[in-house]
Design a protein around this ligand. Structure first.
Ligand SMILES: NC(=O)c1ccc[n+]([C@@H]2O[C@H](COP(=O)([O-])OP(=O)(O)OC[C@H]3O[C@@H](n4cnc5c(N)ncnc54)[C@H](O)[C@@H]3O)[C@@H](O)[C@H]2O)c1
Length: 304
């Protein structure tokens, strides 16, 4: 059965970590009924807290009327039951751990549980949809639908594999603006899509400069932020992504620079330093040093 945009009403989010939390809220804000599924009940508490903070941010910035907050949260339900999660989903967006084995297990499980019409999408950052399409049992409906930050960075990548049917791609492109995202169509499978491919070079270089002793975390971020006039540098970005998610990506590269950086990330993870989500990574949260007004130095002279 070919679906059109109006057939999508119920959305299932698999994985309620950093990304799933934000994507689920974004769908609910656009009027969809959202089920949030995870295997770890504890994650629901932090996910709900993050969603509440995001809603407060939207209200404070006049992006959401205060009287709509309850309507949005009422559209979201939470479940640990795969059957309850899957039985009526029109669209699944998967945001489970960036690990091939975990994603293969999840797609095998939800491929078997979902109704025939369900469209399957993955939020993987650096893996490819063709790796999971077959095991899901419906490769023709399988596509990467990859969000970034969702609220601050509003790009969604649509990356099909060779056997994704065109109507699925068209529907996902149309869905982008409904979710207040800029759709970017990726013509052929590529690890990291377009932006992440470029970003990986920057983050990998930052990791190499740190581990080979060229500069400190702050020096490297200052260099980036001061030159490009950005509000965040490579290590701030790594903290926002999550050092565990970053490690899953970096450990795949076998060159010496990546190996050194992967060791550092692993040591930090073992100490519980996961970035923003654990309150500490390269910086401390909620008030990281790079957000302090004097991070890039004193105010420039007004007169010479
Ligand atoms: N963090 C980011 O900024 C970001 C951005 C874009 C895409 N992504 C992608 O999104 C995915 C998730 O990344 P994240 O940073 O949110 O990770 P995360 O570690 O914060 O969250 C992953 C969640 O998956 C859950 N999970 C693990 N196994 C599961 C299973 N079998 N069934 C259901 N849930 C399971 C975990 O309990 C956890 O809550 C990855 O593929 C990542 O590449 C992340």
């Amino acid at each position: 059965m070919i679906l059109s945009l109006k057939d999508i009403k119920k959305v299932l989010i698999l994985g309620c970590g950093t990304l799933g939390t934000r994507v689920g809220l974004r769908f609910a804000l656009s009027g969809y009924l959202v089920k949030m599924y995870d295997i770890d009940e504890k994650i629901f508490i932090s996910a709900q807290k993050t969603q509440d903070q995001l809603l407060q941010y939207l209200v404070k910035n006049n992006l959401l009327a205060p009287q709509h907050v309850d309507k949005v949260t009422d559209r979201i339900s939470w479940t640990l039951s795969p059957e309850e999660a899957a039985y009526d989903a029109d669209l699944i967006n998967e945001s489970v751990t960036e690990d091939v084995e975990v994603k293969l297990r999840v797609w095998k499980q939800f491929g078997a549980l979902s109704p025939e019409h369900t469209i399957f999408t993955t939020n993987t950052s650096y893996l490819l949809p063709s790796m999971f399409a077959e095991i899901s049992g419906r490769p023709e409906r399988f596509c990467a639908y990859h969000f970034h930050d969702v609220f601050y960075a509003r790009v969604v990548d649509i990356m099909p594999h060779a056997n994704t049917e065109k109507w699925v791609v068209d529907l996902l492109i149309q869905l982008g603006p409904v979710l207040d995202q800029i759709p970017v169509y990726i013509e052929k499978e590529s690890p990291g899509y377009i932006f992440n491919y470029m970003l990986m070079s920057v983050l990998g270089s930052a990791g190499a400069l740190l581990t080979n002793g060229t500069g400190s975390v702050e020096a490297i971020d200052k260099s980036w932020m001061g030159n490009l006039k950005t509000e965040i540098g490579p290590f701030g970005i790594l903290d926002a992504v999550g050092l565990d998610t970053a490690w899953h990506v970096v450990k795949k590269y076998k060159d010496d620079k990546s190996k050194r950086f992967a060791i550092l990330l692993k040591q930090m993870i073992e100490k519980g330093k996961l970035g923003v989500k654990s309150g500490e990574g390269f910086y401390h949260y909620p008030n990281p040093r790079f957000k302090e007004p004097d991070f890039l130095g004193d105010k420039p002279c007004e007169e010479l």
